[in-house]
Write a protein that binds this ligand. Structure first.
Ligand code: NI
Length: 142
């Protein structure tokens, strides 16, 4: 190995199911239906979310690890799955009481939950699939 530590990305794939409804509380039913279509259904609908958490940082010259993926798996379970799996996002997750639980907003909430538990020097990138074809990505950018 040379003296420079190569930066490598390591990822963990996870999964959760959740129900949600996309709507803006202050809008009329017609406005919500027009903006969100079937996703505004007042009776909610569910998704099988696929989550990929990617960490980027230097390879530890001793362990050969960027971050222990077993630890990352445990973190995703305790910080994300325990809060979101089999939940109604609008009604059971405080972050979405006044915030539309779109895939975009869910990815930001997940990033914010994980960030404090990870070393500052590691880049954190969240990819969230709401359907097999629709996914969003967030890396902490503002
Ligand atoms: Ni939906």
């Amino acid at each position: 190995m040379n003296t420079k530590s190569p930066r490598v990305s390591v990822s963990r794939h996870a999964h959760f199911n959740a129900a949600h409804r996309l709507y803006v509380k202050s809008w009329s039913d017609e406005q919500n239906a027009s903006q969100f279509g079937a996703c505004a259904n007042p009776k909610y609908h569910g998704h099988n979310y696929e989550l990929i958490v990617r960490l980027t940082g230097p390879v530890d010259p001793v362990t050969g690890y960027v971050f222990d993926l077993g630890r990352l798996s445990d973190l995703i379970k305790s910080e994300v799955e325990a809060r979101l799996d089999h939940r109604n996002l609008n009604e059971e997750v405080a972050e979405f009481y006044d915030c539309v639980p779109s895939a975009e907003n869910i990815s930001v909430v997940i990033w914010n939950w994980l960030r404090p538990h990870l070393p500052a020097g590691l880049g954190l990138h969240v990819t969230l699939y709401e359907t097999p074809r629709n996914f969003v990505e967030y890396d902490g950018a503002e």
